[in-house]
Ligand binder design. Structure first.
Ligand SMILES: O=C(O)c1ccccc1N[C@@H]1O[C@H](COP(=O)(O)O)[C@@H](O)[C@H]1O
Length: 214
């Protein structure tokens, strides 16, 4: 039976105060910082720490890393006390990171077809997102969406989150079709790459929370 449960919302790729404050004000559950230098959303550990200090005890913070070495993560954690590490790497590497840092780890699973949907997850959460196009310069944050119909009826036993190409005008439909318990957005709430639009953040959170699950 359809139901309206609390949908977890992550807004990713914050670089400036107005966007960060809008995430906190409108009740985003997680706020993400990108530590990948080929992203227009890349921030330094110091910038992330300064922004995070504006929302202590409110939203949780997520640090996004692409094939990180332990020292890359450690350098960030020296400055910013992140709640979650979102990793683009193998399952084995994600497990190592979880053990090394004792912090909640989320692992990205790039999906091109139903056969790519994972049956299990070695860390706390699976991020289900589209496999990036061959010419992409980064593995996510490309405003590219999945064929949501392949997720209809998929009932994983592990916590998961839907990402990729979500926007104010399609997030409710994405949740209805896929049953996603949590959603993640970056480009869809931006006025320019790396610059978040507070009004779009407000509307995105509202639309996600008003959506019915399948
Ligand atoms: O946002 C980025 O620049 C990024 C860089 C490297 C890996 C992942 C990245 N973003 C992640 O992708 C999702 C979806 O992005 P979008 O909404 O389609 O733009 C984003 O929320 C991040 O988790």
């Amino acid at each position: 039976m359809p139901g309206r449960l609390h949908t977890g919302v992550k807004i990713c790729g914050l670089t400036e105060e107005a966007g960060f404050d809008a995430c906190v004000e409108h009740g985003a559950d997680w706020i993400g910082f990108v530590f990948f230098d080929r992203s227009p959303r890349c921030v330094t550990p110091q910038q992330a720490a300064s922004l995070a200090s504006r929302g202590v005890g409110q939203a949780k913070t997520v640090g996004l890393f692409v094939h990180p070495r332990d020292e890359d993560i450690a350098r960030v954690l020296e400055h910013a006390a992140l709640d979650v590490l979102q990793i683009y790497a193998s399952e084995e590497r994600a497990q190592q990171v979880a053990q090394a840092f004792g912090v909640s780890v989320w692992l990205s699973f790039p999906v091109a077809g139903a056969a790519d949907l994972p049956a299990s997850c070695p860390v706390q959460k699976m991020l289900i997102e589209p496999r990036p196009p061959k010419e992409a310069t980064r593995p996510g944050g490309n405003a590219q969406k999945l064929d949501w119909s392949m997720l209809a009826g998929w009932k994983p036993l592990f916590p998961w989150m839907l990402a990729g190409g979500l926007r104010v005008d399609n997030v409710a439909e994405a949740i209805r079709i896929t049953g996603a318990p949590d959603v993640d957005v970056s480009s869809g709430v931006e006025s320019a790459p790396g610059i978040k639009d507070p009004a779009l953040i407000a509307q995105f959170v509202r639309n996600a929370r008003q959506a019915d699950r399948n």
